[in-house]
Design a protein around this ligand. Structure first.
Ligand SMILES: Cc1cc2nc3c(=O)[nH]c(=O)nc-3n(C[C@H](O)[C@H](O)[C@H](O)COP(=O)(O)OP(=O)(O)OC[C@H]3O[C@@H](n4cnc5c(N)ncnc54)[C@H](O)[C@@H]3O)c2cc1C
Length: 279
């Protein structure tokens, strides 16, 4: 995300992944406009003075969106102390969901979030109803896990929920880096325009079942031919699928564990789910 501003940080060793932290606070933003990117993806562009100090250096950073509980007009919001979020006593925590900051333009004061539309939970329902003037409260990103831009090649694997992070990575990696993206969506009507990048191989896979079922991603990862040189694989999709893909990359393709980052961005049957697979 090119428009983020933050102080210089010490250069890491080659290929070394490192973490950057940002101060946490609540931001109250207003919807400026919405747009359909595909039959199953809505872009919501937010604006507001609270964007002024927004930072996001990692393509897979996330913000936490807060929604009111049934019967409430506005969500109960935390303040942030040294030990994390603090909620007013005697209140129930708001509904919260994680989303990727897709595009930040500090000059225009705009932040895009892209919502994949599925069996509607509160976040999906909100995005479908969002209109200019709607209010959205969020916190974060808490920080970024930076995978350096010095590998020879990158493999990006994911489903609809990973599209914003994949699109950012395609935009942000140095032009010479070799990139392959394996992306599962429902069908051709669910594909979105991705940033143009010479030499990038973008493979759209159309689902062979309900989201999170089927083996299109497994088959594509199995068939992937590792390019020459040092590479890094990034995976985000349904949690069980992410776990299987990580195993394929480590056990079948023999990629070192630290060169594979695999996250569950959701899990069938569970709400608001996030996990990172390390083993
Ligand atoms: C770090 C991170 C970044 C993310 N970034 C994005 C992003 O930029 N854009 C985006 O669209 N999503 C993103 N997600 C995924 C998103 O947070 C989840 O899909 C979330 O569950 C949606 O909330 P909801 O309120 O609509 O549904 P929930 O109330 O959480 O779930 C309702 C039901 O829908 C199911 N469900 C959840 N997601 C899906 C899905 N994609 N397909 C089918 N069924 C589903 C659940 O299992 C549950 O049964 C991200 C997740 C993480 C952890």
């Amino acid at each position: 995300m090119s428009d983020t501003q933050s102080p210089a940080i010490q250069a890491p060793a080659p290929h070394e992944t490192y973490r950057v932290r940002y101060p946490l606070r609540i931001r109250r933003l207003t919807v400026l406009r919405t747009a359909r990117l595909s039959s199953s993806m809505i872009r919501v562009t937010l604006t507001g003075a609270d964007l002024a100090d927004f930072e996001s250096r990692g393509h897979d950073d996330h913000v936490k969106l807060f929604f009111p509980r049934p019967g409430e007009e506005t969500p109960v919001l935390p303040t942030f102390g040294p030990n994390g979020p603090v909620f007013p006593e005697g209140t129930e925590r708001p509904i919260s969901r994680d989303y990727t900051p897709r595009r930040l333009d500090l000059v225009a004061s705009e932040l895009d979030l892209d919502f994949a539309i599925h069996e509607a939970g509160p976040a999906t329902a909100w995005a479908m109803e969002a209109a200019p003037g709607s209010i959205l409260n969020m916190a974060g990103p808490r920080g970024s896990m930076i995978v350096p831009d010095d590998f020879d090649w990158y493999l990006l694997v994911g489903d609809d929920t990973a599209l914003p992070a994949i699109a950012r990575r395609l935009e942000e990696l140095r032009p010479e880096a070799r990139v392959t993206a394996l992306i599962e969506v429902g069908g051709v009507e669910d594909q979105i325009p991705l940033p143009a990048r010479s030499g990038a191989e973008i493979v759209w896979l159309h689902r062979d079942g309900a989201p999170g079922e089927g083996t299109r991603l497994d088959d594509a990862v199995s068939a992937f031919q590792l390019p020459e040189g040092e590479g890094f694989a990034w995976v985000a999709c349904e949690s069980d699928t992410a776990k299987r893909l990580r195993r394929l990359l480590v056990e079948t393709h023999k990629l070192p564990k630290q060169r594979v980052k695999a996250s569950g961005y959701w899990k069938r049957g569970l709400v608001s789910y996030h996990d990172t697979h390390n083993d």
